[in-house]
Design a protein around this ligand. Structure first.
Ligand SMILES: Cc1cc2nc3c(=O)[nH]c(=O)nc-3n(C[C@H](O)[C@H](O)[C@H](O)COP(=O)(O)OP(=O)(O)OC[C@H]3O[C@@H](n4cnc5c(N)ncnc54)[C@H](O)[C@@H]3O)c2cc1C
Length: 295
């Protein structure tokens, strides 16, 4: 067994970084174990190598058996680094109908992440074309709420390769706060499974380059993402983990527009509320170059 820690947090995405920050500022001894590393952000589509799955054919993602493309990244900050900065309230009505009112939590999160409506002057001409067409069809199109600091944003449209200007909120900010409060962030450490005996958690087994080692911990927080966490749980003996996986589905409707590529303007700049919800996921409309490889 290696060193003993109060709290081991597995994964440094939104989930792991938030827990690590909250615990360490309250004085707990926290160590984050992160499988990925730091990457140069927003430089080129080659940066997509930190997505799991096939990046060589430019369309990242793992395919499920049912041919649903699943996107996630293995890196410090997890998928928060590659978001489009959309800070949309999700499932608020549905939770309310179950007696859970999340209004105060949404307000707190929006304040902390500085969520603002996408300013009209940042909308590119393709976005405006799509917006006009949607309005003509009678849809109520609104600017997308974004956790982006538009004073720093250069409108390069490279959000999904990570923002090199530091304009977009990512969980790396919480990791910095956690580190300031004393947390350790260990990168390149892949957790294999949770060690337990007699119904009690004892630690985690981590994979090194050629061997495994064990880390003792009193409390373990698994935050390796919707796919990474069930994999660890399955290897730890919970064979049914992940069988109720819920995916944040969205349907993309592509339109062919001559020279209509979205790369040099921010994608998902607008929102139509009636297309956003639990029943059908989210529907987004994109314009792409006629010869774009991803269509
Ligand atoms: C392209 C894209 C765009 C998105 N855009 C938006 C958006 O605009 N707005 C929005 O709200 N949401 C968006 N999302 C969704 C959002 O990013 C995720 O829901 C959120 O980041 C998930 O956080 P998480 O901490 O649960 O998991 P993750 O971000 O997946 O973090 C899990 C972490 O665990 C690490 N890990 C995995 N396995 C192991 C292991 N065995 N050992 C150690 N570490 C491990 C990973 O490297 C990763 O750092 C987007 C997602 C993608 C992929």
């Amino acid at each position: 067994m290696l060193k003993s820690f109060d709290f081991v947090v597995v994964g440094s995405g939104v989930g792991g970084a938030t827990v690590a920050k909250e615990l360490s500022v309250r004085g707990f001894n926290v160590t984050v174990l992160e499988k990925g590393g730091y990457h140069k952000l927003g430089t080129s589509w080659r940066a997509l190598s930190f997505y799991t799955g096939s990046f060589w054919n430019f369309c990242p993602g793992e395919m499920s058996d049912g041919e649903v493309e699943v996107l996630r990244t293995i890196m410090v900050g997890g998928s928060s680094v590659v978001t489009l900065g959309n800070g949309v309230r999700a499932l608020q009505k549905e939770f309310k109908s179950l007696g859970i009112d999340l209004e105060a939590e949404f307000i707190e999160a929006e304040k902390e992440l500085n969520v603002v409506p996408m300013p009209e002057e940042f909308m590119g001409k393709r976005t405006k074309k799509l917006m006009d067409a949607s309005r003509e069809l009678g849809y109520d199109v609104k600017p997308m709420p974004k956790f982006v600091n538009f004073k720093k944003c250069k409108n390069c449209g490279m959000c999904v390769t990570g923002c090199r200007y530091g304009a977009k909120w990512t969980s790396q900010r919480y990791l910095r706060e956690a580190r300031k409060a004393g947390a350790k962030i260990l990168t390149g450490v892949s957790v294999e499974k949770v060690l337990h005996s007699g119904g009690e958690v004892k630690g985690v087994r981590v994979r090194g380059s050629s061997s495994f080692s064990d880390i003792e911990a009193e409390n373990i927080v698994l935050a390796a993402g919707g796919i990474g966490t069930p994999i660890i749980l399955q290897r730890s003996g919970l064979t049914h983990a992940g069988s109720n996986l819920f995916l944040d589905l969205f349907v993309s409707t592509f339109g062919m527009l001559k020279n209509g590529g979205m790369r040099d303007e921010i994608s998902m700049a607008t929102l139509i509320d009636e297309f956003h919800g639990y029943d059908f996921g989210h529907v987004f409309i994109f314009a792409f170059f006629e010869e774009t490889p991803c269509v």
